[in-house]
Design a protein around this ligand. Structure first.
Ligand SMILES: Cc1cc2nc3c(=O)[nH]c(=O)nc-3n(C[C@H](O)[C@H](O)[C@H](O)COP(=O)(O)OP(=O)(O)OC[C@H]3O[C@@H](n4cnc5c(N)ncnc54)[C@H](O)[C@@H]3O)c2cc1C
Length: 364
């Protein structure tokens, strides 16, 4: 077991921000995870699970514990005849994907295999193991509707456990892994159940616009369009593009009730845009309001800067580290948080809505 000391964490994050990990280990199997977890227990140090670092803000002081990077690899696929309903004839294919696999690489594989279910989630950075944690979603799809099972190492019981999708507690940017069981499980494998020969999901205007009425684009064409749209918004990691030195959306879209919606409308000159809050009893009578709209209405524009932290020039929802371009060596986590609190305070003051941050904070 190779445990490194004082390992800089910034290179392991898409923000490119953060101090060192006191201890750091890469784990390529469940056995190595078990060993590393036992080591952290024996030495009574905190343990943090790192995937692709694309949804993280690491503190400038770093992390005073063991950072365990998940590096398990491998994808296996198995076909089964459709069983969901009598009409369903399409075959189902289950992919068992090790948690350390690159998510976008996996999406590309499924699209090339002509399997539908995650094509709209193309271009999202990070690992497969990170996807169930916040129920990754974009352009009309969420992983919750394609996941069959999640396998994880239980740090409390020191053994592997499997969760059926119904046990994962999925909702908008939510699962048991980032709420009541936060920090308890290390995801080691995710089973995705996709539809061989299925049609792509085409719900979002940004996608529909790219195809002629009546056209039936392939899964690969839809995934390629998703990547194009993401790139125009700085939401695709492209080497040298300063707008993608971020953690994606920094704020969640608030889900509001009718009273809050009235409150927002009363404080604004324009009617607030809104879209369905999603399924679930808790969302009855509620709608999602775009956080980007609230931020703009509160007086912030794309490209707004505070020191070396800024709002992306292409997407109001992304905070970016200006990096080397600012002549000061890039933003600190403190600067990112200062900008975030300026924004949340202004939105709260104008609309009475408390924006929630989406990235996970490490070492604060
Ligand atoms: C440019 C850009 C665009 C993005 N677009 C989207 C988007 O459209 N939709 C969306 O939902 N997200 C988006 N994100 C956020 C991010 O890509 C996803 O949340 C991603 O799934 C995070 O995975 P990761 O492996 O990088 O996790 P990390 O950032 O390494 O970790 C995030 C959290 O997950 C936990 N975690 C990671 N792996 C495991 C594991 N194996 N077991 C247990 N816990 C684990 C960590 O402990 C941490 O709490 C975007 C990010 C960027 C930078």
């Amino acid at each position: 077991m190779l445990i490194e000391e004082n390992k800089p964490l910034a290179p392991f994050t898409t923000f490119g921000i953060g101090g060192p990990a006191r201890w750091f280990i890469e784990t390529a199997s469940e056995e190595e995870i078990a060993e590393a977890a036992a080591w952290a227990g024996e030495h009574r140090v905190a343990l943090f699970v790192l995937g692709g670092g694309s949804n993280l803000l690491v503190s400038d002081a770093g992390f005073n514990g063991l950072v365990l990077r998940v590096a398990l690899r491998g994808i296996t696929a198995a076909d089964a005849p459709g069983t969901l309903s009598e009409q369903e004839t399409a075959n189902r294919r289950t992919y068992q994907v090790a948690a350390g696999e690159d998510w976008d690489g996996f999406v590309e594989r499924t699209v090339q295999d002509n399997c539908a279910g995650v094509e709209c989630l193309a271009g999202i950075p990070g690992t497969v193991g990170g996807t169930p944690v916040q129920n990754v979603g974009a352009y009309g799809q969420e992983v919750a509707s394609a996941i069959e099972r999640v396998r994880a190492f239980d740090l409390l019981e020191h053994k592997a456990r499997e969760f059926d999708v119904s046990e994962c507690g999925f909702a908008y940017r939510h699962s048991r892994f980032n709420s009541e069981d936060r920090g308890r499980y290390i995801v080691t494998r995710v089973d995705y159940r996709l539809t061989f020969g299925g049609a792509p999901t085409l719900r979002y205007a940004d996608l529909l616009r790219a195809f002629a009425v009546g056209e039936q684009p392939s899964l690969a064409e839809v995934a390629a369009q998703v990547r194009r749209v993401r790139q125009t918004k700085g939401m695709l990691i492209v080497e040298g593009d300063p707008d993608c030195r971020s953690a994606g959306s920094f704020f969640k879209n608030p889900v509001v009730d009718e009273e809050q919606l009235r409150q927002i409308a009363a404080a604004s000159d324009n009617a607030p845009p809104r879209f369905p809050a999603g399924p679930g009893k808790e969302n009855l009578g509620r709608v999602k309001v775009p956080a980007a709209w609230l931020i703009e209405q509160a007086g912030f524009a794309k490209g707004y800067r505070l020191g070396s932290a800024a709002i992306s020039t292409r997407d109001t929802l992304a905070l970016v580290n200006l990096g080397e371009n600012d002549g000061r060596g890039g933003a600190s986590s403190e600067e990112i948080l200062a900008l975030a609190s300026q924004i949340t305070a202004a939105v709260k003051k104008r609309f009475g809505i408390q924006l929630e941050m989406e990235p996970v904070m490490m070492g604060f």
